[in-house]
Design a protein around this ligand. Structure first.
Ligand SMILES: Cc1cc2nc3c(=O)[nH]c(=O)nc-3n(C[C@H](O)[C@H](O)[C@H](O)COP(=O)(O)OP(=O)(O)OC[C@H]3O[C@@H](n4cnc5c(N)ncnc54)[C@H](O)[C@@H]3O)c2cc1C
Ligand code: SF4
Length: 369
């Protein structure tokens, strides 16, 4: 680690001004991503501004219409344990519980979670191989390198990385709003617009600029909120980032889907909304697997897998199907069953779909937190 200065701030205006006027300043909340990036020399701020003392940014508030406002400094573990979150938007609690580890969730903030950077190994490699995100114009080592964990949607030749946040996938499905305070005051950013696709400027992950500080995330009341769940498929049961994940919020009339909200993680540079599938799922009976599969497949027409991640297309479709079909609550039991996706049952005994890695034991690709 290189030497850096650390100071604390307890005034929002001062924090914003310091960040806006000094390119060497970085906000630090839990530090669970930023310090790792600094150790890997993927970023080198000279001055860290500890924002944990800023007032009124850590609350979790229930809004009169049934929505939620979650402060940027609320910890992942606090939000996951909050009863209003668990009851009204289980998908949020589940996405948090399946992220990182207990210790990390105790430290990590909601704002920091949304701002965390990609887990592309080339980006985080302190030997600094060509990486346009880390060093614009240097090239993309993953494009024709090892890209098993990379994007199948929305990538560009400049960058094929995926966004790592689980929470972001849940918030994308719910059309959350990010409240940001900057030099010009507060503005509300629709969640689908918050993260960028890579295009020719993969160094920019979000729409935030200098002086912008996330103050809260608002989750509007949703008819589908209480029936929303998260499914995460990953390489091992202990803490690991998603190979693919699905946030699904489905409202039904009897056995027919009235409306569906679907977003995926692990497949693109930002949480990937399945808009075509959402339209096609309306009116489909929950117990007709072929009709559900056909509706979901509509969102995969523009999938563009890379050399090593073709398996993600089928894996993602199955995960979305599983999450739509299964409307039971997220008890530990059902969660374990869901997260397994049960390759042995669903026919991938040789691991053909799973990047050549045969499923182990029960085929589980998740964990119970
Ligand atoms: C081993 C490991 C496993 C993990 N597994 C997962 C996982 O499975 N799923 C998952 O989603 N995450 C995972 N994470 C990531 C973890 O969730 C993030 O590191 C954490 O959420 C970041 O929050 P923080 O408060 O520590 O952010 P910090 O590290 O303090 O900051 C991260 C970035 O956000 C900026 N920032 C912080 N707060 C604000 C704000 N209010 N406004 C604007 N910018 C801000 C900082 O300047 C910095 O650029 C893992 C991390 C580790 C180390
Ligand atoms: S995928 Fe993106 S982050 Fe990874 S090496 Fe390429 S440019 Fe860098």
């Amino acid at each position: 680690m290189y030497p850096f200065a650390l100071s604390r701030v307890d005034d929002l205006g001062k924090a914003i001004t310091a960040h806006a006027t000094d390119g060497q300043v970085a906000f630090i909340a839990g530090g669970t991503d930023l310090l790792g990036l600094m150790k890997d020399r993927a970023t080198r701020p000279g001055r860290l501004l500890d924002i944990n003392g800023l007032p009124d940014l850590a609350g979790i508030e229930t809004l009169p219409d049934g929505g939620l406002r979650i402060g940027a400094l609320a910890r992942m573990s606090e939000v996951a344990a909050d009863m209003a979150v668990r009851q009204r938007f289980p998908v949020i609690a589940e996405s948090l519980l399946f992220a990182a580890s207990g210790q990390l969730r105790n430290m990590a903030s909601i704002g920091g979670n949304l701002m965390q950077r990609t887990r592309c190994a080339y980006f985080r490699d302190d030997d600094a191989p060509p990486c346009n995100k880390r060093s614009p114009g240097s090239g993309c080592s993953a494009r024709h390198g090892l890209n098993r964990n990379h994007a199948i949607f929305g990538w560009s030749d400049a960058c094929v990385a995926t966004h790592p946040s689980d929470l972001a996938v849940a918030l994308a499905a719910l059309d959350a709003i990010v409240h940001v305070r900057g030099l010009a005051g507060e503005r509300a950013i629709s969640f689908v617009d918050f993260h960028h696709l890579p295009g020719n400027t993969p160094e920019h992950d979000t729409v935030l600029g200098r002086g912008d500080l996330i103050v809260a995330v608002e989750v509007p009341a949703r008819a589908e909120g209480r029936a929303s769940h998260y499914l995460k498929v990953r390489d091992r049961e202990s803490y690991e980032f998603a190979l693919v994940s699905v946030a699904a919020a489905v409202a039904v009339d009897g056995k027919y889907i009235r409306s569906a909200r679907l977003a995926m993680g692990g497949v693109a540079h930002k949480p990937w909304r399945l808009a075509a599938a959402e339209s096609a799922l309306r009116g489909v009976p929950l117990d007709e697997a072929d009709a559900l599969s056909a509706a979901i497949a509509q969102s995969f027409a523009d999938a563009r897998p890379l050399a090593h991640n073709g398996f993600k297309v089928e894996l993602a479709k199955r995960a979305a199907l599983r999450r739509c079909k299964s409307r039971e609550g997220a008890s530990d039991h059902s969660r374990r069953a869901d997260f397994a996706v049960r390759w042995t049952v669903e026919g991938d005994r040789e691991g053909r779909l799973y990047g050549g890695h045969p499923a182990r034991g029960c085929g589980a690709r998740g964990h119970s937190p």
